[in-house]
Design a protein around this ligand. Structure first.
Ligand SMILES: *[C@@H]1O[C@H](CO)[C@@H](O)[C@H](O)[C@H]1NC(C)=O
Ligand SMILES: *[C@@H]1O[C@H](CO)[C@@H](O)[C@H](O)[C@H]1NC(C)=O
Length: 372
């Protein structure tokens, strides 16, 4: 992790300014180009990573065969997505965006994989969040088939990093602006011929701590200066879930700094935003974020150790707890833990999905840094 936050925030601010907050209707072509923007980023990321780090380097880092060939497959999948979306846009008579130049804070196989895992998670959230915007059923099915593939990548990489592959029963959707906020730090510049997508980046929200996190832990967040925290009197923190925001206890420490307590009902790769009221967490009242927060849970026992390519990796050293899923899960929406997610269904062999190991990530950079 050599890139400083200053660089990151500079990139975010620059892009936010370069992208007017255009409020026009989102077209099918916009959505495809938005997806293509992400696929360009991912495809380039794997292309670079597989060039930068040899199979031997991954082996040395503890990722044995067939890990490297699987990684190559993941990279090839992203390239196929890229080609598919480009073709679809051309077929629809639209101009496909081209690759940009990127800046990835990966320096070795470990930091590369940590970032890969975060990016795949964002990919899943991006396709999920965009699904509702896709009016054409043909495109919806195509996007769905990419989403499921990204979800498999995410699970594989999470497992390789000794995180619960499927940390919760519902994935978190992110809307276009939320995704753009977390993706833009990696985009250094784009060809002007790409034109402007109807997206904007919110002020960045970063974490100044890299300690492990779990339900009840406190996270220190800092909003970028493009948000004037001193003039905002009633700031709230919300974790984004499919059933709506899960509100978290927030303490305003002044100077754009906030302490947020991880609420029940969020696990795995999670997203927290600051909002200007506590009615909803949508584009019109998000003031900063999302920050990416990895909320850890008990690792699956028996099995993981035998997985190909991971046998030499040790279990996380964090103390284990045997408590089950927080019972208040998903309380923010209409679903309740008793009706929708009977805890017993997750408590059978081979493992429990309980609170155990947690790690916090703040902004994508901290996110990846943490996993190294
Ligand atoms: C690959 O290496 C180049 C040159 O050092 C670096 O600029 C780039 O960020 C690296 N990319 C990844 C994904 O590791
Ligand atoms: C959806 O997109 C496909 C592929 O471009 C096209 O053939 C079809 O006519 C579109 N359907 C609608 C309802 O626009």
């Amino acid at each position: 992790m050599k890139l400083s936050h200053v660089t990151v925030l500079g990139a975010i601010t620059g892009l936010a300014q370069a992208t007017p907050m255009a409020k026009r209707a989102v077209t099918n072509a916009d959505i495809l180009n938005y997806a293509l923007t992400l696929e360009h980023l991912e495809a380039t990321f794997y292309e670079q990573g597989l060039k930068n780090y040899t199979q031997e380097a991954f082996m040395k880092a503890g990722y044995k065969d067939p890990f490297y060939s699987n990684l190559k497959q993941v990279g090839s999948d992203e390239k196929m997505h890229e080609e598919f979306l480009t073709k679809a846009l051309k077929a629809a008579g639209a101009h496909p965006v081209e690759r940009c130049t990127y800046s990835f804070p990966a320096t070795d196989p470990k930091s590369f994989l940590a970032l890969a895992s975060v990016l795949e998670g964002v990919g899943v959230s991006a396709y999920l969040g965009a699904a509702g915007e896709i009016m054409n059923k043909t495109y919806l099915t195509a996007a769905g088939s990419i989403l499921t593939d990204e979800a498999r990548h995410s699970a594989y990489l999470r497992a390789a990093l000794k995180k619960v592959p499927f940390a919760q029963p519902f994935d978190n959707p992110l809307d276009l602006n939320e995704v753009y906020t977390v993706a833009s730090p990696f985009i250094a510049s784009c060809p002007s011929s790409n034109g402007k997508l109807p997206v904007k980046a919110f002020p960045a929200l970063t974490m100044d701590s890299d300690k492990s996190l779990m339900t009840g832990s406190m996270v220190q967040l800092m909003a970028d200066k493009s948000f004037d925290g001193s003039s905002a009197k009633d700031i709230h923190a919300a974790f984004i879930t499919v059933t709506g925001p899960v509100w978290a206890e927030l303490k305003d420490n002044g100077d754009n700094k906030y302490s947020v307590t991880i609420p029940k009902g969020v696990a795995g790769q999670s997203y927290v935003v600051l909002t200007k009221d506590n009615t909803k967490a949508t584009d019109d009242n998000i003031v900063a974020g999302p920050a990416i927060v990895e909320i850890g849970q008990e690792q699956k026992m028996g099995g993981m150790g035998e997985m190909d390519g991971m046998s030499s990796m040790s279990m996380p050293s964090t103390a284990m707890s045997t408590s089950s899923m927080p019972s208040g899960s998903m309380t923010s929406g209409s679903m309740t833990s008793s009706s929708m997610m009977p805890s017993s269904s997750f408590n059978g062999a081979p493992g429990k999905r309980s609170d155990m190991m947690t790690s916090v990530l703040g902004g994508v950079f901290m996110a990846a840094a943490m996993l190294v």
